[in-house]
Write a protein that binds this ligand. Structure first.
Ligand SMILES: O=C(O)[C@H]1O[C@H](OP(=O)(O)OP(=O)(O)OC[C@H]2O[C@@H](n3ccc(=O)[nH]c3=O)[C@H](O)[C@@H]2O)[C@H](O)[C@@H](O)[C@H]1O
Length: 445
């Protein structure tokens, strides 16, 4: 018996129909998912655009992006655009007849903040520039920036090595002066991170000078050199004419290089340049990497501190200089700075080239400094007297300031005990521990 083939016509139809439905469904699914994908991509793109627009420079470089949104003057939140330019121009515009228009580099730094406030207070226009690097706690720099913001001083977040940004700032503002304080500071850190000194103190300085020499008008430049350039010099007190060709640290060597570079730009392009050799500056809003600052912190926390003595057991001393005296010196140097003589990158005649010591003229041993802190804080320090490590430190500094006195009346007026009391008062209030350290508060009443 021959069996007839089974009737598959029904099942075949059904299968075809099912396969058709599957195809339709998968096409629909494909269309739906591509729509979804398109919308998600659009959303991500929008979020990214918003993120990068609102966070220029990037968050990693702009740690205070959250609080700065609401403060017109507290941050260069936009790296370009009409609003940003308006802020730059407004901040740099003087508010007194014949007032200066000063670009302050390192404006969120210790000396930069104090100088910016002093200049603004007397009616000069001040524009800050700072890269907010993390050499020490950037939150302190941010707090300083907020203080500047309260006084209508705008700080651009940027680096002195960014020639494009510098050119842009000079395009917007015809700066009469630059107070150049941005630098890699710290004597001993140079052994850990030597290239950061070359990058900021040499390359950054040259970048700034390159822009300044081409600017029209060329600004007069006052900049921070350092007492450390005296290095192994043994003649005291240190005078500007003494030898400075034996730096003891790379920090000192880069500051000395800055002085030579200043000579070159003055010689070739007619830039007016004044270098100020600061002597161990201290005070409120100071640098946490400096001994007086971290000694205060450690003493209050009951931690031991290392007090250095020389290799032959002698006490180490510094010509500690209070910040207000340094500010007066910086302002005096700006006030007496002559105009640069060049234009369009060409020298038109000889220009001013100066170097001054700005110190206190009264060296104090580090041991004595610790004694003053102990009495202010009412805490006994756990002192370890150890031999000064061979890391670039010098045993002694002492400034002769007669040149600065002659040329702009520089006369330091704050002794170490008075200045440290002001520092300790600020420190305990800033870190919210004033009530624990009653003596500081009482003594300032
Ligand atoms: O005039 C300058 O041009 C420089 O001044 C400052 O350098 P210095 O004078 O070395 O200040 P700072 O470190 O506070 O040490 C103070 C004293 O404490 C001693 N010191 C230091 C550390 C320690 O643990 N123990 C100690 O005894 C140490 O031996 C020293 O005797 C700036 O930091 C620098 O950026 C630059 O501006």
């Amino acid at each position: 018996m021959v069996s007839s083939p089974p009737d598959t016509s029904k099942t075949t139809k059904l299968e075809r129909y099912n396969s058709y439905i599957r195809r339709v469904n998968s096409t629909k699914l494909l269309q739906a998912s591509s729509k979804l994908l398109f919308r998600v991509t659009l959303l991500v793109a929008l979020v990214l655009i918003l993120f990068f627009t609102l966070n220029y420079p990037p968050i990693s470089e702009n740690p205070h992006h959250i609080h700065s949104k609401n403060n017109l003057f507290s941050s260069a939140f936009y790296g370009s655009g009409a609003v940003w330019e308006k802020q730059v121009r407004h901040s740099a515009t003087p508010h007194r007849p014949n007032g200066f228009s000063v670009l302050v580099t390192g404006a969120a730094g210790f000396v930069g903040t104090h100088c910016s406030l002093a200049l603004k207070k007397r009616g000069d226009g001040v524009l800050g520039l700072d890269n907010f690097n993390s050499y020490y706690d950037p939150s302190l720099k941010i707090a300083r920036e907020m203080l500047l913001g309260k006084h209508q001083i705008f700080v651009v977040h940027g680096d002195i090595n960014d020639a494009e940004l510098l050119n842009k700032l000079f395009d917007i503002v015809p700066f009469s002066h630059v107070l150049h304080l941005a630098a890699q500071a710290g004597v001993r850190y140079a052994m850990q991170n030597p290239l950061s000194y070359v990058n900021s103190n040499v390359a950054g300085f040259v970048t700034l000078l390159e822009v300044a020499k081409s600017a029209d008008p060329q600004p007069a430049i006052v900049w921070a050199s350092s007492s450390s350039v005296y290095g192994l010099n043994t003649q005291v007190p240190f005078s500007e004419g003494h030898r400075t060709d034996q730096p003891a640290s790379l920090y000192a060597a880069t500051k000395k290089a800055g002085e030579e570079i200043a000579h070159t730009y003055n010689h070739i392009y007619g830039l007016s340049l004044t270098g100020l050799r600061f002597f161990t500056v201290y005070g409120p809003w100071g640098r946490p990497d400096m001994a007086y600052f971290f000694f205060t912190k450690d003493i209050l926390q009951g931690k031991p501190i290392n007090v250095y003595v020389t290799q032959d057991g002698k006490e180490v001393a510094r010509d500690f200089t209070y910040i207000d005296d340094i500010v007066k010196g910086c302002v005096g140097a700006l006030d007496t700075a002559e105009k640069s003589t060049g234009s369009g990158g060409k020298k038109r005649g000889p220009a001013q080239l100066r170097v001054y010591n700005l110190g206190n003229t009264a060296p104090v041993t580090v041991n004595k400094l610790v004694g003053i802190l102990e009495s202010l804080l009412n805490v006994k320090a756990k002192k370890h007297m150890i031999k000064m490590p061979r890391n670039g430190d010098v045993p002694y500094t002492h400034a002769n300031v007669s040149l600065a006195c002659r040329d702009f009346g520089y006369k330091p007026t704050t002794d170490l005990a008075t200045g440290l009391r002001k520092f300790a008062k600020w420190y305990t209030s800033y870190y919210g521990i004033a009530s624990r350290v009653k003596k500081v508060i009482r003594s300032d009443d």
